[in-house]
Ligand binder design. Structure first.
Ligand SMILES: CC(C)(COP(=O)(O)OP(=O)(O)OC[C@H]1O[C@@H](n2cnc3c(N)ncnc32)[C@H](O)[C@@H]1OP(=O)(O)O)[C@@H](O)C(=O)NCCC(=O)NCCS
Length: 189
């Protein structure tokens, strides 16, 4: 199996640049993940978040790529290079639907960085990887994330059952963006 490769040059729209995680991100990643809003709405980001979690996350990226499990990106400011957040496309090589997930550092919110990053990763997944459909799930109460999904061209697709971070079964809202819609959206840009 050929390892997954992150896009080179990195994905960018001139405002955000999405690149692979680096050892030099560990401290900023650790600090950003002290915000309780991140574990509140995500499932697999550990809490409490320790410096070892950040080190481990960065070190595991080659394994994710080798197993074609996920493409994980640091969201950075295209001008300054500052770390703004993280976004990943999980490919579920065992047959599950590919899904996008993201978070922003508290002080990076409210400027469209998550929307921009989601558009870039969804476009890359549909165009370069040839995926048919990408999902995005949110807690029903996470209105900020639902707004990101819609602005990034995803459409509501009902609910999907899953386990929350405590292993408890619950319903999430599902959004999807398909290849056809991706092409239509590109044509409109
Ligand atoms: C979900 C989350 C990433 C959304 O962050 P966000 O800052 O609201 O999203 P964006 O970066 O797309 O910014 C959108 C905001 O910037 C504004 N904005 C400014 N310029 C913009 C642009 N060019 N494009 C889009 N939005 C822009 C929007 O109006 C919006 O503000 P509003 O909510 O006051 O209307 C953030 O709340 C977060 O990290 N939460 C914790 C983790 C989480 O929930 N992850 C998702 C799990 S499903």
């Amino acid at each position: 199996m050929k390892p997954l490769q992150l896009p080179d040059p990195p994905l960018t729209d001139g405002a955000v640049t999405l690149r692979g995680w680096r050892e030099s991100d560990v401290q900023d990643l650790f600090e950003a993940c002290q915000d309780p809003e991140i574990p509140r709405w995500t499932i697999r980001i550990p809490w409490p978040y320790l410096i070892g979690h950040a080190r481990d996350w960065v070190a595991r990226q080659p394994d994710f790529l080798r197993a074609r499990e996920a493409a994980q990106f640091a969201i950075t400011d295209a001008d300054s290079g500052r770390l703004l957040g993280g976004i990943g496309l999980e490919l579920h090589p065992d047959g599950g639907q590919p899904e996008i997930g993201y978070w922003l550092a508290r002080d990076a919110r409210g400027r469209g960085a998550a929307t921009r990053a989601t558009r870039l990763v969804a476009g890359w997944g549909l165009d370069a990887l040839g995926l048919e459909l990408i999902g995005l799930r949110t807690h029903a109460e996470n209105l900020a994330s639902q707004a990101v999904a819609v602005r990034a061209g995803f459409v509501p697709a009902g609910t999907i059952g899953g386990l929350d971070r405590h292993g408890i079964a619950r319903e999430f809202l599902l959004f999807t963006r398909s290849a056809a819609r991706g092409a239509a959206a590109s044509a409109r840009r």
